[in-house]
Design a protein around this ligand. Sequence first.
Ligand code: NAP
Ligand code: MG
Length: 488
Amino acid sequence: MTVTTEAKTFMNYINGEWEASSTNQVIASINPANKNEIVGYVQNSSKEDLDLAVAAAKKAQIEWKKLTGAVRGQYLYNVANAMEKRLGEIAECATREMGKTLAEAKGETTRGIAILRYYAGEGMRKVGDVIPATDNEALMFTTRTPLGVVGVITPWNFPVAIPIWKMAPALIYGNTVVIKPATETAVTCAKIVECFEEAELPAGVLNMVTGSGSVIGQGIADHPDINGITFTGSNGVGKKIGQAALARGAKYQLEMGGKNPVIVAADADLDLAVEATISGAFRSTGQKCTATSRVIVQSDVYEAFKEKLLAKTNEITIGDGLTEGIWMGPCANDNQLKTVLSYIEKGVEEGATLLLGGEQLKESDYEHGFYVQPTIFENVTTDMAIAQEEIFGPVIALMKVDSIKEALEIANDVQYGLSASIFTTNIGHMLSFINDMDAGLVRINAESAGVELQAPFGGMKQSSSHSREQGEAAKEFFTSIKTVFVKS
Ligand code: NAP
Ligand code: MG
């Protein structure tokens, strides 16, 4: 591995200071478009570093929760302004760290800024209700109180938006935060934390500790002074965190995987359905929890849809996300690439027909990156691994059905329930889909990947711990309701 001389080392952020880990060890963050390029080094922290961060957060929370929502909101507005000035730099860093195209990374960073402003405003909105008491001389109402210290554990696929959509609501409602970002994208997170520093957030209110999931992530789940844990990532890790939190009575919120279907009805606008399928399945190289991975098409239009889908997919340009004109970048890391390739192999072994792609790209420009072709299978049956398991890569399973009823049965026949789409012009089909699709996000004539920051987001079944984040729903996790009864 060539060590790039300009690669900077990023510290932990604890009690308002940038601190090296007690281990004196660092981890290199690699560019998946060119594994010889080191984007930066981050601290490989220990449990002792985490303890310091939690102690700082616990202490700072006492004063932070006393501030008015308006004052806390002003800090978030200032963070948003600091980030806006560095939008280009942060987006470029995200592309270099995880591979999505610069256009997508800019879009994500812009969303991060909007989320900060949305929650800044939340500091001025209502937090409770007046409820008639049985005693007419008493006043009864609800108010909300922060949890205390919130542990934030994030994945690498949205390195800007996910940390912000957890930290901003945690902070506005009066909690303090310890974040452990995905190691793959910890440099991007350090730059976001720098924006909070620039906004002069009081020391200890936001702390970042980088390091391995098994040490720092698990340490957050187990820490007696962390009152709430918000996690986005894989199901295996999420369940362990949930169990650890439950065992010690901490509040937790888990957002996990998906196996998101798109249904194409015989009456659909096929061009729209093709465009949305490609965008949903292949943008971010299929590494969105809301990515389209199963496409269930009514037999009357199956061949026409397939033909258009193959033609459009063939036009996708693959390469370094920083290069102009590139539509799809590499997989975010070597493990992810290997997982995708192993699912493609499994699909072939289980008898699905590989229609397009399926290969790793290794020649010339692709030599040092984790590239795979956009891949389309047909003759996929519901029992196959590629129809059941989350691949987290640019792979589509095409399935043919006779009716919308059958399409819905197949769409629901997985353990996940995050997002789902239908393409149809028939109001009856739309209503059946709204009623019968088991997913936290159902979208009609729009791609499965598409999250609006002001609306609740989360999944059903194994996709989440049945909580929701973003929009007003964030309040439910980051606060506790207190019922107040007052009598003179
Ligand atoms: P992951 O391996 O579960 O990692 C997520 C986070 O957990 C990382 O910060 C990781 O740290 C940490 N971690 C790892 N092992 C841990 C442990 N034993 N205890 C506590 N924390 C631990 O997931 P990923 O590979 O980063 O992300 C991909 C997954 O995220 C996919 O399954 C995807 O569907 C899901 N996702 C879901 C949503 C949603 O909103 N539903 C959104 C985006 C992604 P390290 O980085 O140091 O390993
Ligand atoms: Mg990386």
